[in-house]
Every structure is written in C-alpha cells, then in structure tokens.
Design a protein around this ligand. Structure first.
Ligand code: NAD
Length: 324
C-alpha cells in the first residue's frame, strides 16, 4: 500500500506516518513545516504548501497512491474565531486541491468532535446533529460535506474520523506533542509541573460536573494512528464511506488530569482558577462503538493516567520539544 500523508510532520500525522510504516505501508509525507517539525518524521518528505495548487498538482502528476490521509490544517479554536477567513482558506482549500489531483483515491480526513457543537446527549454518537459553534468546527464540517459529495459522485471513498482530545506520546518517548503556542491541557500541565514557569489556568470550576471542571475524552495518538490504518483497510476492502468517532468513551475532568500529572511527575501542578470560556461544553465524551465494531478498532490506552504517563516521559526526554 502506498499512502500520501499530509501534515505528517505534525503531532498526530507523524505518529500515524510512523505507525503506517511499521505496518509495511509505503508512506510519502507532504508538510510545509509551518507548525510541524522536520525531526518528527524521518521518512520521505515533500516540503510544500497545500494552498499552492500549481506546486501540489505538479508534484502529484504521474504519482499513484492507494490512499491519502489529510492531517494538515490549522487547529486553534480561539484563533479561528478571530481569523475566520484564514481558517476557511487553510482548512478547506487544501481538500479541494487534493481532490482535484487525486480523483478516485480513498480519502481519510482528520475531523473532530467540534463538528457536533453543543452536545445534546451524554455520549456523542456519529448520528448526533452537526451544528459547529466555531469556525474551526465549521471548516471541518465543510470538509466532511465535500468528501461525502465526492464519494456519492463515485469519485473516491472517504473515511471521516472525528477525534476527541488527542493526547499522549510514544511509549519510548521519542515523539510527542510540541505545539507553539501550546493550548492543550496535558502538555501545559506537564510543563507547568516540570517548571516551565507558566501557571496553568483552569477555565471554570462551577460546571455541572462532579468536581465542577470540564470533562473530556482523551485519546492516545497511537490509538488514533491504528484507526487510520484500519480506515484505509476498510475502504480497500470495498466497504462504504463512513464517519467514525475516535475517543475512548471515558471522560476525565480537568482536576483528574491535574491529579494524574502530579502522580506521574511527583510534583504539584501550579495553577489558578479562571472563569468559564465561552463555547466550552461541560462534557465531551465519545460513543465510539461504531469504530470498534466496524473497523475492529481497539484503543490500547483506556484511562487518562496511562496517557499522561507517556506525555510525561516525552517532556522529560525533550524539555524543548524536538529542539532537544
Ligand atoms: N490535536 C487534537 O486534539 C485534534 C483533535 C481533533 C482533530 N484534530 C485534527 O487533527 C489534525 C492534526 O492535528 P495536530 O494536532 O497533529 O496538528 P499539528 O499542527 O501538529 O499538525 C498539522 C501539520 O500540518 C502542517 N500544515 C498545516 N497547513 C499546511 C499546509 N497548507 N500545507 C502543508 N502542510 C501544512 C503543519 O506544518 C503541521 O505539521 C488537524 O487536522 C486537526 O484539526 C486534532
């Protein structure tokens, strides 16, 4: 199998590219290194901006792939509210460029639980209504609609993978999360505990949850990688396009994550308490039975402590991310 991976020098893309290679897949990565790291992926890399249609099409001319996995995107919800036009361009135009050049090629896309908007049920299944409440979620929903229409027109199947909170690092600590700026809870808490000097803010302690803090579903990047491989196999076996939630189905509160970080590092997490952030749902937990039943997906990391332990190993080995 030969697979094109866009954004393969980023956090989840590099974990997936490595996982695919370990399964014997021939992996070609495209990344413009705007957010990613050259050190995150040591295989074939084309440094290219997917917004540059001519460069992308001339690179892909004459090449054949059995699948494309598209990770490259801008991923900050707050930034998307401030810069909606930039987000629509960055997250939708590359999908159009790829579809134009790769007619018929099965397409796996990184989608998100942010396409659901405000949860109407305790566990979110794939049939939950999709009403994104910020431009980031809206751009991902637009990508999904485009890929569904392409599939219905017989121009290539699609697997829409809706991740919950991606987290963790490799078992051996050689790849992990290195975003700048970092906005995700686990790396911020680990960095604060290990002495970054930055104090973490807990947004809201009066949510209708047992300890008053928000509850999220943390899914390990190697478990996400496994699902991408299985989605490619699903489509290669001639099965239908579809959407699958990728989360463990277990929710952990912000306080529980801070406790897990304190346990893993042996140090307190310096933090203060701030007001709720607008648009943050109290709970976001996946119903991922569909991915387990159909794709045969079996996440290895079902509890937050195991995920946090890997993140701590990565941060200890790489205090300055890929620079160290
Ligand atoms: N991290 C999460 O919790 C999470 C949750 C749900 C969905 N997602 C989605 O998963 C995907 C990967 O997320 P991540 O956390 O690994 O992000 P990331 O920023 O670490 O990786 C994205 C990669 O894409 C590259 N890229 C961006 N724009 C590009 C362009 N125009 N041309 C070429 N390369 C480009 C960046 O350089 C980077 O290496 C994104 O699509 C994101 O929306 C992430």
């Amino acid at each position: 199998m030969k697979v094109l991976v866009t954004g393969g020098c980023g956090y989840i893309g590099s974990a997936t590219a490595r996982y695919l290679r370990a399964q014997g897949v021939d992996v070609q990565v495209i990344d413009d290194l705007s957010e990613g790291h050259r050190q995150a992926w040591d295989g074939p890399l084309e440094v290219l901006d997917l917004l540059d249609r001519d460069a992308l099409h001339s690179y892909l001319k004459g090449k054949t792939f059995d699948g494309v996995i598209h990770f490259a995107a801008r991923c900050y919800v707050g930034e998307s509210v401030e810069q909606p036009v930039r987000y629509w361009r960055a997250n939708v135009v590359p999908v159009i460029h790829l579809c134009e050049a790769l007619e018929g090629v099965p397409f796996v896309i990184s989608s998100t639980c942010a396409t659901y908007g405000e949860p109407q049920t305790e566990y979110l299944s794939e049939t939950h209504s999709q009403n994104p409440v910020n431009p980031y979620g809206a751009t991902k929903f637009a990508d999904e609609m485009l890929l569904k229409a392409r599939s219905e027109a017989g121009q290539g199947k699609c697997a829409l993978l809706r991740y919950f909170n991606a987290a963790g690092a490799s078992e051996c600590g050689d790849y992990g999360e290195a975003h700048d700026p970092e906005t995700h809870l686990i790396p911020l808490a680990v960095e604060a505990a290990l002495g970054s000097g930055r104090t973490l803010t807990v947004f809201g302690t009066d949510w209708p949850t047992p300890d008053g803090t928000c509850i999220r579903d943390y899914i390990h990047i190697d478990d996400l990688a496994q699902a991408h491989f299985q989605a490619l196999q699903w489509m290669a076996a001639g099965k239908d396009s579809g959407a699958w939630n990728l989360g463990t189905g277990n929710g952990f509160s912000v306080r529980e994550i801070l406790d897990a970080v304190e346990k893993a590092t042996g140090k307190p997490v310096p933090h203060d308490e701030g007001p709720r952030r607008a648009g943050d749902p109290a709970r976001l937990i996946a119903d991922s039975r569909k991915a387990r039943a159909e794709l045969g997906w079996k996440p290895k990391y079902e509890n937050a402590q195991a995920v946090v332990d890997t993140a701590v190993r990565w941060h200890l080995a790489h205090p300055d991310g890929y620079q160290s």
